[in-house]
Ligand binder design. Structure first.
Ligand code: ACO
Length: 328
């Protein structure tokens, strides 16, 4: 028995916002030139107030299910990877999505591991199929715009909203489409990327006003250095372990946080940027959704053929990082 990736689907809200538009709408002291030259970002999609994280996930899931030819009734489980659930503590967004889909035979749970969430989700989905489930939906979805501090120009220009989903299935083949992973966490750096308030460590207090501590904080330099180091490590270890050469790989699909992170890692590895699939210019950083959104775009552009070897690599809050080896 093995695991097959049946399909990938994605969705972004219709409202595309360019760097210049963002600066104007939110009155940010920045420029298209600064954002592009420091990050590679040109635009992002921002959801309306009414559209929730599970609405965004719902659209991506419907597209993935349709492409797979799988009905909602066939789903055994929904793994919802996100940092921006509809409700902060509970109920799980996975349960809300399960209801929106009408997936009455499915279990559902959230998996929160920041921008590395989808990498972890794929591995958990793989394990569940090998444990006997027939069909598992893995979704990465974010409504990050809700958590941005529009007064902090070093973070608010980086993120966008969106979702991607894959449908995994059991198969009687002997080789799995997801055949290895590398999962790590460097919790000593946890304070570098956080929403400070609202958890049990720094609880909300009735009557206290909402302030900047309720929004995303990031030590950009620290996260940058961690990201370059971790991307390099994941790629090196997975390739060495499987004796894979750069020519064997069709693409490396990195978490899309900053083009400069990928350029620096590629340089350390002595690799050409052509091997890395980047779409950060269009979508910005959609956290747990960047990798499935990229896979969907590659699929729809016809860049992937059956059997192609793909290495995904993610990093982010935690500070967690990791990668998957996929055979398309
Ligand atoms: N527009 C104009 N100027 C800006 C902006 C902006 N949007 N943001 C910061 N600046 C200014 C700063 O105020 C500073 O000015 P000063 O020198 O007068 O003080 C100057 O630019 C340089 O600031 P730095 O923070 O040193 O800029 P840096 O080159 O490090 O770029 C950035 C900042 C893009 C955030 C970078 O550190 C980075 O990419 N870090 C990693 C971030 C990341 O990848 N996060 C996501 C990973 S995890 C996840 O996905 C959740």
């Amino acid at each position: 028995m093995a695991v097959e990736i049946l399909s990938v689907g994605a969705y972004t809200p219709p409202n595309r916002v360019s760097n210049d538009q963002l600066a104007e709408i939110y009155n940010i002291d920045t420029s298209d030139e600064w954002i592009r030259s420091h990050t590679g970002i040109g635009s992002r999609y921002i959801a309306s107030e009414e559209e929730t994280c599970t609405d965004i996930a719902h659209q991506a899931s419907l597209r993935a299910l349709e492409k797979a030819g799988v009905t909602v009734d066939e789903l055994d489980c929904i793994i919802f990877t996100t940092s921006t659930p509809d409700y902060k503590i509970f109920p799980a967004s996975a349960s809300i999505l399960q209801d929106k889909l009408g997936a009455k035979n499915a279990g559902a749970f959230d998996l929160a591991q920041g921008c590395t969430g989808f990498i972890y989700g794929l591995e958990v989905g793989r394990s569940m199929i090998l444990g006997g489930m027939k069909k598992v939906l893995v979704v990465g979805a974010e409504k990050l715009s809700t958590y941005l501090n529009w007064n902090d120009r070093s973070t608010c220009v980086l993120f966008g909203d969106g979702a991607g989903a894959v449908v995994l299935s059991h198969t009687n083949e002997d080789k799995s489409d997801i055949f290895d992973k590398y999962l790590r966490s460097e919790g000593s750096g946890a304070e570098a990327l956080k929403v400070h308030k609202g958890g049990s460590k720094n609880p909300l207090v009735i009557g206290e006003p909402v302030d900047e501590d309720s929004f995303i904080f990031m030590d950009g330099r620290q996260v940058y250095n961690f990201a370059v180091r971790s991307v390099t490590e994941v790629i090196r270890i997975l390739m060495e372990k499987h004796n894979i050469s750069i020519d064997d790989l069709k693409y490396i699909v990195p978490h899309q946080a900053n083009q400069r992170i990928i350029q620096a890692a590629a340089k350390r590895l002595g690799m050409s940027m052509d091997k890395f699939y980047l779409n950060i210019e269009e979508f910005a950083n959609t956290s747990a959704a960047t990798i499935p959104i990229a896979l969907n775009e590659m699929d729809e552009k016809g860049l992937l053929e059956k059997g192609d070897l793909i290495l995904t690599v993610g990093f982010g809050a935690g500070l967690a990082y990791g990668g998957n080896l996929l055979r398309w």
